[in-house]
Design a protein around this ligand. Structure first.
Ligand SMILES: C[C@](O)(CO)[C@H](O)COP(=O)(O)OP(=O)(O)OC[C@H]1O[C@@H](n2ccc(N)nc2=O)[C@H](O)[C@@H]1O
Ligand SMILES: Nc1ncnc2c1ncn2[C@@H]1O[C@H](COP(=O)(O)OP(=O)(O)OP(=O)(O)O)[C@@H](O)[C@H]1O
Length: 290
């Protein structure tokens, strides 16, 4: 038996931090959605009790540091599964990019092993399990579009945003999420995004208000640490994007465009500037699940 799962990348349309919590995490309020850039995960039964990971990507860990490995071990232990599994990750999402690549692989592994081992775990239970692996994992289990609160695990699912193009560019730097949150002074945030206004823009399919409302409070930390991310953002704005924002803790910056021609112009304009550039569609409607 083998199963395949798609693990899509997420972007944050808003990311607000309300305060730092006693447990060290930050209380967030953010709108997350998925884009059509995905890893493919193949899971096959193994005739011995082991978890084996492989990938065509030479730059990710293939041992217990891999989030897909951690997801497999968690579900095996929690549901007392004696079988082993072979997991192959066909990576397309750039790593340490702010696009939840590892989290989405972990979520896809939970979904896939639930099917492979016929465990009958509900979507809600998979999200609760996912929260043990990382703050972005519960959202990646279900996909779609959601307002995430708490440390990211409390999800309110909402309509998909209006269909548009998303041009993503990742500068060649690695950004640590813990470092960015660690350097944020939550009591001195200059400008908070208006999450409710953006949620309303999405509900009413008001693309221009959505673009105007994009905001991420982690930008002020990452942009000041890495001037190349600010340059990239400025470049996308100059090229005429409808809206531009850094995703998550960065360093990926995305541009929204309603017209394919404009998305192509931005994609071509960025290719000389940045090696990792992608022009993809927003995942909406029936395609919104990962
Ligand atoms: C930046 C985002 O990707 C936006 O979607 C998430 O908030 C982070 O999600 P993630 O990478 O799954 O984060 P985790 O693996 O849970 O946490 C990594 C580190 O980020 C910090 N962290 C994360 C989430 C949160 N709400 N507050 C935090 O302060 C913590 O220092 C934590 O040790
Ligand atoms: N399956 C995986 N795919 C990619 N990276 C992984 C995976 N498992 C573990 N990692 C490690 O996780 C770290 C973060 O990579 P990832 O691509 O998940 O970051 P990210 O997109 O910034 O995540 P997030 O947006 O959730 O903060 C990297 O250092 C990488 O080595």
């Amino acid at each position: 038996m083998r199963v395949m799962e798609k693990a899509s990348a997420k972007i944050n349309l808003t990311l607000d931090v309300l305060h730092k919590r006693p447990d060290g995490y930050h209380e967030v309020e953010m709108i997350m959605t998925m884009v059509d850039l995905a890893d493919r995960i193949e899971m096959k039964e193994l005739d011995r009790d082991a978890i084996i990971i492989s990938s065509q990507a030479g730059y990710i860990p293939l041992d217990e540091k891999n989030l897909a490995f951690q997801a497999a071990r968690l579900i095996k232990d929690r549901y007392d599964v004696k079988q082993g599994v072979y997991i192959h990750l066909d990576k397309k999402i750039p790593v340490a990019a702010g696009l939840a690549g590892g989290s989405s692989d972990a979520a896809a592994t939970l979904r896939g092993l639930n099917r492979l081992w016929r465990l009958g775990i509900t979507d809600g239970e998979l999200r609760t399990l996912g929260a043990e692996l990382g703050s972005d994992v519960p959202f990646c289990v279900t996909g779609g579009t959601a307002i995430a609160r708490g440390r990211g695990e409390k999800l309110e699912f909402i309509d998909s945003p209006p269909q548009c193009w998303v041009v993503l560019a990742k500068p060649p730097i690695n950004v640590s999420t813990a470092d960015v949150y660690g350097k944020l002074n939550a009591s001195r945030i200059a400008k908070h995004p208006d999450t409710a206004a953006v949620a309303e823009a999405i509900r009413s399919k008001d693309y221009h208000s959505l673009c105007d409302g994009l905001g991420n409070v982690l930008e002020e930390v990452t942009l000041s640490l890495y001037p190349e991310v600010r340059q990239l953002k400025n470049c996308m704005e100059r090229l005429g994007a409808d809206g531009v924002l850094m995703s998550g803790s960065g360093p990926t910056v995305f541009a929204l465009c309603s017209k394919e021609k404009k998305a192509q112009r931005i994609y071509n304009g960025l290719r000389g500037f940045c090696k990792e550039v992608y022009a993809v569609r927003m995942l909406t409607g029936e395609h919104a699940a990962p």
